[in-house]
Design a protein around this ligand. Structure first.
Ligand code: NAP
Length: 339
């Protein structure tokens, strides 16, 4: 049976960086209307979004100031927001969009599973969304590759001991926000507390998906250990967003190492690189299942720059169709192809 999906009446693009530009391009190519493009105040306001993004088909869309725009007056039913990974920084923006009657898709990693970050804020998001009859969903971190693949792989297992995840994401696919996040160009010594070797960084943005995987496999979390390490090369690598080479010996990105133990005795261990890659290296993602049966899956040739934005756009029909409230991607079906 052919599934009929709701199409958006109008999309608000909230943020004008790399991710939002790609998302707008994809939606526009599908003839899904862009109702507005908003940015924080500054020199981009009043500029043409087509000119900024170098995409002619987006010409004629003037960038508006997110702080003063009346989003509820727009002919729109959904917003895509990509301005920060952190729930605390995003929350006031989420509130505004939801209270304007917009279903909201956030790319920020914390939004993939807000309860892993802050249960109170997750509850508030759920309440605000329900009160306004709309849905909030986080679509960062690529649930297709990180969540649905492992759910599928463990399906035939009759016993499970450990799950291992490894991925390399090329920071050159993104803008300055990601460069800052991955601490590219910093002295690696700034990562460590010399006496303990422990990371001084805040929580890894990736702990959220490890938590989401555990919960959606029906496991109960016992504890999560995490650390973040600098990645360094002995040859210089070019950084597109900074438009300069990062000298050998400086940080080209970071590795998050996460070890989640469950009450069922099953461990999920993840090593996730967000960094500049060497020429020809490419992006990759692997899952290894130790169980009965044991199985491995290795994905090569991923384009995270495209997949981040396309995952958000392709989820639009699911989010519009979802019940009001906070609905995480594990509560939906795997993403579907939309052409
Ligand atoms: N979860 C994932 O899988 C995933 C993947 C990629 C990116 N991300 C996240 O998505 C976000 C966007 O990435 P990007 O590559 O598009 O970044 P980018 O090119 O640097 O663009 C960032 C955008 O956010 C705006 N912005 C930054 N700080 C803001 C603030 N405090 N208030 C309001 N607007 C603010 C910027 O405005 P200005 O232009 O005025 O500076 C710009 O429009 C980042 O936080 C990134 O970490 C998540």
């Amino acid at each position: 049976m052919v599934q009929i999906s709701p199409t958006p009446k109008g999309i608000v693009i909230y943020g004008t960086g790399n991710v939002c530009q790609t998302a707008a391009r994809i939606a526009n190519a599908r003839n899904w209307p862009i109702a507005a493009v908003a940015n924080r105040s500054g020199e981009k306001i009043g500029k043409d979004f087509g000119g900024l993004s170098g995409c002619e088909t987006l010409n004629g869309i003037t960038i508006v100031d997110m702080a003063v725009t009346n989003f509820s007056a727009l002919d729109a039913d959904i917003a895509i927001i990509a301005i920060s990974d952190h729930l605390g920084e995003n929350f006031s923006h989420h509130r505004r969009l939801l209270e304007s009657g917009l279903n909201t898709i956030c790319i920020g990693s914390d939004s993939s599973y807000p309860a892993a970050v802050d249960k109170k804020t997750a509850l508030k998001l759920d309440q605000i969304a329900k009160a306004n009859g709309v849905t909030f969903t986080g679509c960062g971190l690529w649930d297709t590759y990180r969540l649905w693949t492992i759910k599928t792989l463990v399906g035939p297992c009759t016993a499970l001991s450990n799950l291992y995840h490894r991925s390399v994401t090329d920071a050159n696919k993104f803008g300055l926000e990601v460069i800052k996040l991955a601490r590219i160009g910093e002295d690696p010594a700034s990562f460590s507390n010399q006496s303990t070797g422990a990371s001084e960084q805040k929580d890894s943005i990736y702990r959220v998906f490890v938590y989401q995987v555990a919960i959606s496999l029906g496991l109960s979390i016992d504890k999560i250990d995490q650390r973040q390490e600098p990645v360094v090369l002995d040859t210089p690598v070019f950084c597109t967003a900074l438009n300069r080479e990062i000298e050998a010996g400086l940080c080209i990105g970071m590795r998050s190492v996460i070890d989640l133990k469950t009450k069922q005795g099953i461990s999920i261990m993840a090593e996730i690189d967000l960094r500049l890659t060497s020429p020809g290296e490419g992006e990759s993602m692997s899952w290894i299942v130790e169980g009965d049966p044991s199985v491995e899956m290795h994905l090569r040739g991923i384009d995270t720059g495209h997949a981040t934005a396309s995952s958000a756009v392709n989820r639009i029909p699911d989010v519009i169709a979802a019940v009001p409230g906070l609905v995480t991607t594990d509560q939906m079906s795997p993403m579907r192809l939309h052409l």
